[in-house]
Design a protein around this ligand. Structure first.
Ligand code: CIR
Length: 267
């Protein structure tokens, strides 16, 4: 693993335009459909924020057949060393992997397939300087996590399989990396002890969805619906960029879900 470059130093991201069908995206609790226009506006702002953070953005076209395909983080995992094609744990999302494969084969020399059987979603993977953490969840099972660990090892990184709190969609629904030593975590995830080796910044009670923040280069993107989290991070000296996530939040998504991020050598 490179010591010189932080794991949140990116120069490339892939995103996918939302489809009109995004209004039918999966969700655990129904708080009403998001509007297409609202999701599109949040996505456009996300692309602009990525560019402002100094990243080259590849924008893929919408896929009407896959309502959740805007969340490109889930069907693949990318590192400077190569890409891994995953197998999403939700039946309606399995086909998203084949859709993103040609782009990844174009952009990466090394592309690994997650061996069968088993499932793994990218939303369950938190890359830190110490390890690549894989959270077991309703979307990522033990077989999938072990197969993914082996792929990660092939790319020269160390994986660690951990638990996701019961009822939480993805491991990263409840946490994000803030810098080389610090994580932002919900209290329920922190209680499990997975972040013992980190400085833990705990989300204020009632703002749990803010835990899916996103560090990109020198900024931390945080949902604008979470003022106490924004104020806390601001006081700690982070350069916070508030991002609207109200509409995507209705289909259980946050800021990491909408991109695949990596440092591409030679750019
Ligand atoms: C799903 O349930 O799959 C989508 N509605 C939300 C996916 C969010 N993705 C992520 O956290 N990586």
């Amino acid at each position: 693993m490179s010591q010189a470059r932080s794991v949140y130093h990116f120069n490339s991201v892939i995103v996918r335009e939302p489809s009109r069908s995004v209004v039918n995206g999966l969700r655990a609790d129904d708080r009403g459909n998001p509007t297409f226009e609202g999701v599109k506006a949040e996505h456009d702002a996300y692309i602009a924020a990525m560019r402002d953070a100094g990243v080259e953005v590849t924008v893929l076209p919408a896929l009407e057949a896959f309502p959740d395909s805007i969340f490109v983080e889930d069907p693949a995992l990318v590192f400077t060393e190569g890409a891994i094609l995953l197998r999403p744990g939700a039946v309606s999302r399995v086909g998203e992997t084949a859709e993103i494969t040609p782009t990844l084969r174009d952009m990466f020399e090394t592309v690994l397939d997650l061996p069968t059987p088993g499932f793994a979603d990218g939303g369950d993977v938190l890359t830190t300087p110490k390890s690549v953490m894989i959270g077991l969840s309703a979307r990522t099972d033990k077989v999938g996590a072990e197969a993914l660990s082996a792929c990660i090892a092939k790319l020269g990184r160390k994986a660690e399989i951990v638990a996701t709190p019961e009822g939480v969609l993805h491991f990263k629904t409840d946490c994000s990396l803030l810098d080389d030593e610090s994580v932002l975590s919900t209290a329920r995830l922190a209680r499990s002890g997975v972040f013992k080796e980190f400085k833990q910044i705990i989300i204020p009670e009632g703002e749990e969805p803010a835990a899916n923040a996103l560090r990109v280069n020198d900024v931390v993107m945080v949902g604008s619906d979470f003022p106490r989290t924004i104020e806390m991070l601001d006081k700690l000296g982070y350069k916070v960029v508030p991002m609207k996530t109200t509409e995507i939040g209705k289909i259980d998504a946050g800021l990491s879900c909408m991109s695949l991020r990596w440092y591409r050598n030679g750019r």
